[in-house]
Design a protein. Structure first.
Length: 334
């Protein structure tokens, strides 16, 4: 490994990640200063990070935790000589060679604000939900519009854009990406593997909560950047709320009136999701095996109701002048 300490700093964020955090810190290797930012862990994460040689920052308990706030605190704790910062979620491990590759890409192109590589699931076959995450992480190499939780950023670009939005409970990475673009910076996805992620999703309820969080992010991102997420918000509300709602109302009307015409209308409405599933499955079949295409298409449809709930939660909280609490889907790690 090259001397990574020359201008590179590492920020790891986590909360109750247990052994996942230990593996994360061990994967970084020597040479670069590491800051671990903890969001109220009760599982010994702070002690584990300190034992691994990381500088530990404990977030103030009086202010609501967010990943964005943790990343900003980590950035602030780095030495002023740091010119590049690699952000890593505590449930990820860094792939060998990635830090060198990311640094080289940023050094070769001064117009790049951030680079990221392929994030993979550590156990995609452990559950359908882990597999869905692994597919979600597959971003084609080349110019990109936004990055996720793991990324290497130029500190000058990060500071110019104003850092992450502390108050966002989800979607803070796309928000920062769009602000970087507005400042004239570019983002690139590299072909190399960057990190292994441990989603640890084994239950449908976990997947549902994660999808609800995504819906909340779509609504807030559309509010902050009008037009950027309008299509996703509309799709979620149509397929996740309007169609099921219309089908239930039509079914109730058919039962009340006994009208065959109303019953046919109910069946027609109920058929819409089936037709959408077939359309998406045919499209996905061009890129992946039939079974995978069917599974992916099914969950693209199933995620619309939790997306709609997340959107409605955001709007309701906004009307009430309150902040939505964290929407967490992971169980505390062992």
């Amino acid at each position: 490994m090259s001397e990574l300490g020359d201008g590179l700093g590492i920020v790891v964020i986590g909360r109750n990640e247990g052994d996942r955090l230990v593996r994360c810190l061990a994967s970084i290797g020597p040479g670069a200063p590491v800051v671990y930012v903890d969001s109220g862990s009760t599982d010994g994460s702070v002690a584990a990070a300190a034992a691994a040689g990381a500088r530990v920052v404990n977030l103030d308990l009086s202010t609501p935790f967010t990943a964005a706030r943790a990343r900003n605190a980590g950035r602030a704790a780095l030495d002023s000589t740091v010119r590049l910062v690699q952000f890593i979620d505590g449930d990820c491990t860094v792939r060998p060679g990635w830090l060198d590759r990311g640094r080289a890409a940023l050094a070769a192109d001064p117009g790049l604000a951030a680079v990221f590589g392929r994030r993979r699931e550590v156990a995609p076959d452990a559950s359908t939900y882990n597999w869905l995450c692994d597919i979600e992480w597959a971003v084609p190499p080349g110019p990109a519009r936004q990055f996720g939780g793991d990324a290497m950023l130029r500190t000058s670009a990060l500071d110019q854009a104003g850092g992450y939005p502390d108050e966002m409970i989800a979607g803070e990475e796309p928000d920062l990406s769009m602000r970087l673009g507005a400042c004239g910076w570019r983002i690139a996805c590299l072909a190399e593997e960057m990190t292994l992620h441990d989603a640890a999703m084994t239950r449908f309820g976990q997947w549902w909560r994660r999808a609800e969080r995504s819906g909340h992010a779509y609504a807030e991102l559309e509010t902050r950047h009008p037009g950027e997420y309008r299509r996703r918000v509309r799709a979620a509300l149509f397929w996740g709320a309007a169609v099921p709602g219309a089908a239930l109302l039509a079914l109730a009307a058919a039962a009340w009136t006994g009208s065959g015409v109303v019953l046919l209308a109910t069946l027609a409405i109920a058929f819409l999701p089936v037709a959408q599933f077939v359309r998406v499955a045919v499209r996905e079949r061009r890129a992946r095996p039939t079974r995978d295409a069917l599974t992916w298409s099914l969950f693209l449809l199933l995620d619309k109701p939790p997306h709609a709930i997340g959107i409605l939660r955001y709007w309701l909280s906004r009307l009430r002048g309150r902040r939505t609490p964290l929407i967490e889907y992971k169980a505390r790690a062992a």
